[in-house]
Ligand binder design. Structure first.
Ligand SMILES: NC(=O)C1=CN([C@@H]2O[C@H](COP(=O)(O)OP(=O)(O)OC[C@H]3O[C@@H](n4cnc5c(N)ncnc54)[C@H](OP(=O)(O)O)[C@@H]3O)[C@@H](O)[C@H]2O)C=CC1
Ligand SMILES: CCCCCCCCCCCCCCCC(=O)[C@@H](N)CO
Length: 282
């Protein structure tokens, strides 16, 4: 056996929700390069088909496969009814990653109630739905690894992210408890805290992002999805609970753990500077 980060994933089955784009797609390719087979979940069929083709190019042996599943992660019934037969056919995955996620940044009163629900339903309940479908089977088997995507917005309140941050703080609470409950069953839990990452989601949100949000989050330069995916893969192989892709976000996390909500006084300095520069409506 080599060092953990050189370990192979041969014969492992990995499910990634949101695996047709961005961080999820990069991660799927890295997993394929290590020998894993993949189940990719998202809604759009055409994106899934393109992703399937790309992922299969990274295979290293002929026993590997990639299957796509078109499913809306927001509905528990849909997730359970769609994935159960998939698990009967291909087996219960060894690793399950909830990377599906959405964001709409704006000041609180400019985010509709429906948009609040959309973010919570996809980012948080998507994870609940997926984990409720798979965790009982992993507990029974006494092995498995579930991974959720948090964000720097899981532990600091950045201007413009009231809805998104709520969903990302929620996922952190869920994972903290699951980590504790699943330990006796040898089911691993990880949560990833990336800063801005260059993906279609970032391009989407940049269309509406308030200038203040842009300025504050711009303190940390966007990472590439490949970089984030490599760090996630290493974190999984090293069985890390918190996977922190970059040093700056790690520093921010450490500072916020030391200062508690007092971190927001430091953050205020950046926010107020931008507020005074652009005004409240920018
Ligand atoms: N990019 C960034 O700056 C950061 C991202 N993150 C988090 O990382 C994760 C991945 O983000 P990123 O790669 O940028 O996003 P992308 O927009 O590139 O990909 C999102 C994926 O989620 C899928 N998805 C969205 N809604 C649903 C749904 N209701 N049901 C099923 N699948 C869905 C999309 O496919 P489809 O639309 O076809 O369903 C797509 O495959 C998210 O949780 C995000 O919040 C965290 C920190 C920073
Ligand atoms: C020591 C104190 C220094 C304070 C500096 C503040 C730096 C904040 C950087 C946070 C960037 C991440 C934003 C969320 C990313 C995200 O999840 C979205 N892009 C979703 O798409």
């Amino acid at each position: 056996m080599g060092k953990p980060d050189q370990m192979k994933l041969s014969n492992k089955l990995v499910l990634i929700s949101g695996g047709s784009s961005g961080i999820g797609l990069s991660l799927a390719k890295k997993m394929a390069e290590k020998g894993a087979s993949l189940l990719i979940c998202a809604r759009r069929e055409n994106q899934l088909a393109t992703a399937k083709e790309e992922i299969s190019k990274s295979f290293i042996d002929d026993r590997q496969f990639v299957e796509t599943v078109s499913v809306d992660m927001r509905s528990f019934e849909t997730v359970k009814n769609t994935l159960s037969p998939v698990f009967d056919r291909f087996g219960v995955p060894d690793i399950v990653v909830h990377s599906a996620g959405v964001v709409y940044p704006a000041v609180f009163e400019k985010i509709s109630n429906e948009q609040f629900h959309w973010m919570m339903d996809t980012n948080y309940f998507g994870a609940v739905n997926l984990f409720q479908t798979v965790v009982p089977k992993m507990k029974e088997r006494k092995s498995g690894h579930i991974v959720a995507m948090g964000s720097a917005a899981s532990f600091i309140g950045i201007w413009g992210y009231s809805a998104y941050s709520g969903s990302k703080y929620a996922i952190r609470g869920l994972c903290d408890v699951l980590r504790s409950e699943l330990k006796p069953y040898h089911v691993q839990v990880s949560i990833v805290f990336p800063p801005d990452t260059d993906t279609p989601q970032l391009a989407y949100e940049n269309q509406f992002k308030p200038k203040i949000t842009r300025e504050v989050s711009g303190t940390i330069k966007p990472l590439s999805p490949d970089f984030v995916a490599t760090k996630i893969l290493q974190g999984i192989q090293q069985k890390k609970y918190v996977i922190m892709p970059d040093r700056d976000t790690k520093l921010l996390y450490t500072a916020s753990n030391l200062l508690g909500t007092g971190i927001h006084r430091v953050l205020d300095y950046f926010t107020l500077k931008a507020f005074n520069k652009y005004g409240p409506d920018a």
